[in-house]
Ligand binder design. Structure first.
Ligand code: SAH
Ligand code: MG
Length: 194
């Protein structure tokens, strides 16, 4: 079994919300299309996506941030097993509290606590390189962002409301433009206006 398949199985067994296959293919195609050589990920989980991105090229620099100690442990194991210790820097901590990492990134991938998307965007958009892209996952959240009436759960409702607000926020920005894709769990692709 490939390491990607192993991680997929582990994620399924442990209910870890890794990116859906369809969304991940989209992310990879955009990274290639835009010739991104550096990748910043907010929310590592078990490092499934960061390992896949690092494997695209020896030159790819990956920085990924995770706060959950169990995930950090598993991510470290996987990064080592895949042999990407030199290419992937795992920052342990809350992405909203840590000092911003050094340098600029061609692709910033927002995939951590969905209620905080706007705050992640605000904190990290200044690290985007000139022609870089920001990709946000779970913009549709199982279809509930368009149809919040389909959940009775109060917390879930709050969450999808916040994702909807982030959607509007992205559309309101004067210096960025965003395209929304109904792929995987819903993906936003943002870049600076030229
Ligand atoms: N990007 C991963 C999946 C991430 S799941 C992939 O594609 O496989 C979301 C992860 O974000 C969880 O592991 C969660 O612990 C982490 N997370 C949530 N809020 C965070 C925060 N504020 N700072 C750092 N990590 C966070
Ligand atoms: Mg996700």
């Amino acid at each position: 079994m490939s390491i990607q398949d192993e991680m997929k199985e582990f994620a399924q067994d442990h209910a870890i919300p890794v990116m859906m296959d369809e969304g991940q293919s989209f992310l990879i195609s955009k990274i290639k299309e835009n010739r991104c050589m550096s990748f910043l990920e907010i929310g590592t989980a078990i490092a499934k996506t960061s390992i896949l991105v690092a494997s695209l090229s020896d030159e790819m620099r990956v920085v990924t941030i995770e706060r959950n100690p169990d995930m950090i442990e598993q991510a470290k194991l996987n990064i080592e097993k895949a042999g990407f210790q030199n290419q992937i820097t795992l920052i342990e901590g809350d992405a909203l509290e840590i000092e911003n990492p050094e340098g600029f990134f061609d692709c910033i991938f927002i995939d951590a606590a969905k209620a905080q998307y706007t705050r992640f965007f605000d904190k990290y958009c200044s690290l985007l390189s000139k022609n870089g892209i920001i990709i946000t996952d779970n913009m549709e959240f199982h279809g509930l962002v368009k149809h919040p009436e389909n959940t009775k759960n109060r917390n879930t409702r709050q969450l999808v409301l916040k994702i909807a607000k982030y959607h509007d926020y992205l559309e309101s920005l004067s210096d960025f433009e965003t395209e929304f894709y109904s792929i995987g769990d819903g993906i936003a692709l943002t870049r600076r206006k030229s």
